[in-house]
Design a protein around this ligand. Structure first.
Ligand SMILES: [Zn+2]
Ligand SMILES: [Zn+2]
Length: 241
């Protein structure tokens, strides 16, 4: 009978599409009041480079040991509670309708002094996923999030410039150096004239060590981008996985 239940849920979903991004409450666009109150936005202090919260130094130990090629990375919220459930619902529950609610966190975080270093960005590029993964999921959540973010901030989104050319195993469960190895040379820039001399803002859903974003940034910098920043919906500390 499980299939019948699932089918019934699918039918309900199709009939009543708006749901709270966090708890799935039907009839809510974005976040219900209760979930909105539970969102934990990132607050200072953070590492100047990677944005890791609770770093009392200018740069965290990881940035001192393995400097990122990106100028600065920031996340809007912590990867916990309702934010974590919403990202799961979007990616693994295959609900693209959750993406605008995730982008709203980026829009809110854009008002915070924490994201000021990123405001010099001229163009926005969503983190690409491998075409095979995009077929499995049906969409690229980062593209949907970036499009909504750009709509609200007036920044310009450029698409089809950065490609993910290697299909890697997921980063989950890997330590920092394994993560760097796993994503080596994963990206390729196909229309470099669009990034030459420009300051790029990469948009992604979650960042953990920044190794995937950093690899994408390397490809953009070798294609001639002036500087690369990254901004994600949530920050997930590596130690809590
Ligand atoms: Zn809710
Ligand atoms: Zn750092």
């Amino acid at each position: 009978m499980r299939w019948a239940r699932r089918l019934w849920h699918e039918i309900l979903d199709a009939l009543y599409p708006p749901r709270c991004a966090g708890c799935g409450l039907v009839g809510i666009e974005g976040w219900c009041e209760e979930c909105a109150g539970q969102i934990e936005y990132v607050a200072p202090p953070v590492c100047n480079r990677c944005g890791t919260p609770l770093s009392p130094e200018e740069f965290c130990a990881s940035c001192r040991a393995n400097p990122l090629v990106m100028e600065a990375v920031r996340a809007a919220a912590h990867y916990r509670g309702v934010v974590q459930s919403a990202i799961h619902r979007c990616k693994y529950g295959k609900r693209p309708a959750v993406a605008p609610a995730l982008a709203d966190l980026l829009v809110t975080g854009w008002q915070s002094p924490l994201t000021e270093p990123l405001h010099s960005a001229e163009v926005v590029i969503p983190m690409p996923i491998h075409p095979q993964r995009e077929r499995e999921r049906g969409f690229n959540q980062s593209l949907l999030i970036a499009a909504h973010f750009c709509y609200h901030t007036g920044l310009s989104l450029i698409q089809g410039v950065l490609e993910r050319v290697v299909y890697h195993r997921p980063q989950v469960g890997l330590d920092a150096s394994e993560r760097r190895q796993n994503v080596r040379d994963a990206f390729r820039v196909v229309q470099s004239q669009q990034v030459v001399g420009r300051t790029v803002l990469l948009i992604d859903d979650v960042w953990t060590t920044g190794s995937t974003l950093n690899e994408a940034a390397k490809a953009l910098l070798s294609a001639g981008a002036a500087r690369v920043f990254a901004y994600t919906v949530a920050h997930e500390p590596l130690s809590t996985m």
